[in-house]
Design a protein around this ligand. Structure first.
Ligand code: FAD
Length: 405
């Protein structure tokens, strides 16, 4: 009898978790497993703000996919997914096509600029290793160039971060630590540097406990961050942005570096493939399958799961992507073995920790608030745990964060 073919698209948290769990749960005679990813490496998306600020080398945030998959059981294909033809059980790649019996879509997120003019052209986004490397190099270039010019352009030393959500705040925390180093390295007066966070919402870190938010804001302000809250970015322009507070107070902020960190959407492959989605995220059934398509699962940022308690979608996180990967693997193993009853996905929120640089953080864990050094320590434990879940102790030894005491 022909073995079923399981194709997993994307080797991020959701896809790699599915693949590494599945390889333990089913035998080589039960199914062929194929993992497709754009690069031959996995990157820790949750560490990209560090690589972008230059506080962690980009090679520390990535590792070879073949290090964590069992290549006797999982075939790795390096390719970029262009389109999924669910009617034909086929995936179109940039270098060919691949058919499947069961499909897992785990292609992650893309930046969402909500149609704000000029942002795509003039702002950076923290979306992958290449983008992170480009942001780091761009900032460094501005500092390196500043003292070489006859007419010094102070906007070279201005960095605007759009969005005071999780990613924006974590990036600002890293930048606040990196700036003094850059000033020293390039003989730049620290007082000339501007680090501005522009946020349209009335608060920083919406959804976080107010005590934690106050701690984060005052800590970052002490480190030189200027917050412009209730201020919307209206346009990205060469060398800066146009912002507005209310309808009237329109202002231009000159900055050679603008990083947009205020929104994500599911991968555009989802919509290009005609799947019904909200901002590239498909509302999946309880067993993580696409409604009406019994052989297609979606995990991670391309999926949308409703938090029944508040009747709103869970925010896309690595935590949920990994938990989905575990359930998806078990459901695939069940289907391969001819079972029809599948497990319902339930999210177990273990808490959230937002770093404010290397040694500071805020968050909640198991319902309790954590602040400062303790929270920073917990963040590193969380980072190491995610390595452990996918690659076991050897990956933690290779890539883990041990500067914790
Ligand atoms: P990803 O892990 O992003 O993986 C997607 C994979 O698909 C990548 O390997 C990519 O290369 C590949 N891919 C994309 N397009 C294609 C294509 N066309 N063809 C082939 N391969 C493709 N979440 C938390 O829970 N905690 C945090 O502290 C946290 N911090 C964050 C900090 C930052 C700076 C950012 C940006 C995000 C953070 N998140 C955090 C969110 C978290 O990173 C995402 O929710 C998570 O990565 C989603 O997992 P995923 O498997 O859906 O996608």
């Amino acid at each position: 009898m022909r073995k079923p073919k399981i194709v997993i698209l994307g080797a991020g948290y959701g896809g790699l978790m599915t693949a590494t769990r599945l390889q333990k749960q089913i035998g080589v005679n039960e199914a062929d497993i194929i993992l497709v990813n754009k690069n031959d490496y996995h990157y820790e998306t949750t560490w990209l703000h560090e690589a972008s600020a230059g506080t962690l080398h980009h090679d520390r945030v990535r590792y070879d996919i073949r290090e964590v998959i069992d290549t006797h059981k999982v075939e790795f294909v390096q390719a970029s997914v262009e389109e999924i033809k669910t009617e034909e059980n086929t995936v179109i790649l940039d270098n060919g096509e691949i058919s499947y019996d069961y499909l897992v879509i785990a292609l992650g997120a893309e930046a969402e600029t909500f149609g704000i003019k000029g942002l795509k052209e003039h702002a950076f986004t923290i979306v992958n290793v290449n983008a992170a490397r480009q942001i780091r190099e761009h900032i460094e270039y501005q500092f390196a160039t500043y003292n070489t010019e006859k007419e010094k352009k102070d906007e070279r030393l201005s960095i605007v971060v759009g969005g005071a959500g999780f990613t924006g705040i974590e990036f600002l925390g890293e930048l606040a630590n990196r700036i003094p180093e850059l000033c020293k390295e390039y003989d730049v007066d620290y007082h000339k540097v501007k680090l501005i966070c522009v946020e349209a919402a009335p608060t920083v870190l919406p959804g976080f406990d107010p005590e934690l938010v106050n701690y984060a804001v005052s800590y970052l302000e002490k480190k030189g961050v200027e917050f412009r809250i209730g201020t919307a970015i209206k346009e990205g322009i060469p060398g800066g942005i146009i912002v507005a507070k209310g309808e009237e107070e329109v202002e231009e902020i000159k900055a050679e570096t603008v990083v947009w960190a205020a929104g994500v959407r599911g991968n555009s492959v989802i919509e290009n493939s005609g799947l019904e989605a909200m901002r590239g995220r498909v509302k999946v059934a309880h067993d993580l399958r696409v409604p009406g398509k019994d052989n297609v699962f979606i995990v991670g940022d391309c999926s949308l799961v409703i938090n029944e308690e508040i009747n709103r979608p869970y925010p896309p996180t690595a935590q949920i992507a990994m938990q989905q990967g575990e359930v998806c693997a078990r459901n695939l193993a069940a289907l391969v073995r001819g079972k029809t009853e599948l497990e319902t996905f339930e999210f177990h929120n273990k808490g959230t920790v937002c770093s404010l640089g290397e040694d500071e953080a805020i968050g909640t864990a198991f319902g309790k608030k954590v602040i400062g050094g303790k929270a920073a320590l917990l963040k590193k434990v969380i980072d190491n745990r995610s390595l452990f879940m996918i690659g076991g102790p050897s990956l933690v030894f290779k890539k883990g964060k041990f500067n914790i005491f």
